[in-house]
Ligand binder design. Structure first.
Ligand code: HSE
Length: 437
């Protein structure tokens, strides 16, 4: 294909780690097909990376200063795959101020510091795209902002951290140790630079914050997202849950009801009969419920170089197509709405209502089960199932599934149980959820 100069989209990549290098490889490896889709040649002219020692085949300028990319008048789009806030925020801000489009994979940046960048992009009539920031290769931002645009979205729930799902899957299927699986996730390029972001749910909270904003049309509000990690889960919990017909998944859940929004990330028991409970390994999946469409499910690889690059390149293709059409402004508002709701109130975790799995380690003495049941009853918490596991001679694990309860009441009941003389360890509490699919 012979394309005139105006039909070339010039790209600069800042950050040449897993995602940056994966993006270049995909653009170069699938160049013909991409040009056939867009009518525009996407050319990576610059790469900037903190540690770049070498030239990269096919790239004219390789350097270490990302601001050179942001300030280069020849560059149409800056791809930000550096991660973190510094210098990513300033680099993106500078590029937007210079009238460049930005494609970023940086969920922390968008979730925590995104609002001024969104406003800047809109003032300057440029695109700020972030498909790759959420759920790796799954086009869930596109689904929420475009495919489901006719709907009022009531709730969404997803496995949105590949590393965490990989760890839980390996622990469940192969009884492997937590630390050993985490090390493997790091070597496979799934984990964040600081893997506590994966394990403690911060990465998932970033992604949930972004999805909630574009699902409900509200400002990004990371500070209202409740976050609980997976490090406290034991192989026993995974096994007991399975025995009861559940898998434990690390879920992000966002729900809107009567003007209240809840956004929470925590381990969750899900019936093995539900599709999302059977998404394993590095896979991510997001369930979205729209008032017109009902429940929909998006599934695919949630991390890794090629999967994430697939989303980065999809964003570049959108920009290339807009260029080919001569559009002067992005067609889709950055957060999916031209006006964001500011009247919504955030529900705290104490105020949610759900079912619970409790594991109580008690002394193996007569009457202990009855005392626990009494404490739950006193706080108005119904029991759906209760099983006493085999004693080790001194202690006995008691596993309970409760009926739906308000979390503040459940916490009061747990405090009462923990104060029983026969209960020797903190109670393990995991929320249980049921979805439409
Ligand atoms: N560390 C992230 C994950 C990478 O494991 O999901 C993709 O966002």
């Amino acid at each position: 294909m012979n394309l005139e100069k105006s039909k070339t989209l010039k790209v600069g990549i800042c950050g040449y780690g897993t995602v940056g290098s994966g993006t270049l490889a995909l653009l170069q490896g699938n160049a013909k097909e991409i040009t056939r889709r867009t009518g525009v040649k996407i050319e990576v002219c610059r790469v900037a990376s903190r540690s770049l020692q070498i030239d990269i085949a096919g790239v004219t300028h390789c350097g270490t200063d990302p601001f050179e990319v942001a300030d280069d008048p020849d560059i149409d789009v800056l791809v930000e795959t550096m991660g973190g806030f510094k210098p990513a925020y300033e680099v993106v801000e500078q590029a937007l101020k210079n009238g460049k489009h930005v494609v970023t994979a940086n969920k922390a940046l968008i979730a925590e510091r995104g609002m001024p960048l969104v406003e800047l992009a809109e003032q300057n009539g440029v695109t700020l795209a972030y498909e790759s920031a959420v759920a790796g290769g799954i086009p869930v931002i596109k689904a929420l902002r475009e495919g489901l645009a006719a709907n009022r979205i009531d709730w969404l729930a997803g496995i949105i951290n590949g590393t965490g799902n990989f760890i839980l899957t390996e622990m469940m299927q192969k009884q492997r140790e937590f630390a050993d699986v985490l090390a493997e996730a790091q070597s496979l390029g799934y984990a964040e630079a600081d893997p506590t972001f994966d394990v403690e749910g911060i990465d998932a909270a970033h992604k949930l914050t972004i999805m909630a904003s574009i699902a409900f049309g509200m400002p990004l509000s990371f500070e209202n997202t409740y976050t609980e990690g997976i490090a406290a889960l034991t192989p026993d919990d995974i096994a007991y849950a399975k025995e009861l017909g559940y898998h434990i998944k690390h879920l992000g859940i966002a729900r809107i009801e009567n003007g209240w929004v809840q956004t929470r990330v925590h381990p969750t028991l899900i019936s093995t009969k539900q599709l999302i409970a059977n998404v394993h390994g590095v896979g991510n999946a997001v369930l979205v419920h729209g008032h017109a469409v009902g429940s929909t499910l998006y599934n695919g690889p949630g991390a890794g170089a090629e999967a994430t690059a697939s989303s980065v390149v999809a964003d570049l293709i959108d920009i290339a197509r807009a260029k080919a059409q001569g559009l002067s402004k992005p067609l889709v508002p950055t957060l999916g709405f031209t006006k964001l709701r500011t009247d919504l109130r955030a529900l705290t975790i104490d105020e949610i209502e759900t079912e619970y799995y409790l594991r109580i380690t008690a002394q193996d003495v007569v009457g202990v089960m009855a005392n626990i049941a009494k404490d739950l009853e006193r706080h108005g918490i119904g029991i759906d199932a209760i099983i006493q596991k085999e004693s080790d001679g001194q202690h006995v694990p008691i596993v309970i599934l409760t009926d739906k309860a308000r979390e503040s009441e459940l916490n009061n009941a747990i405090a009462a149980i923990e104060s029983l003389e026969s209960v020797s360890e903190p109670v393990m509490r995991i929320r249980v959820e049921t979805f439409g699919l």
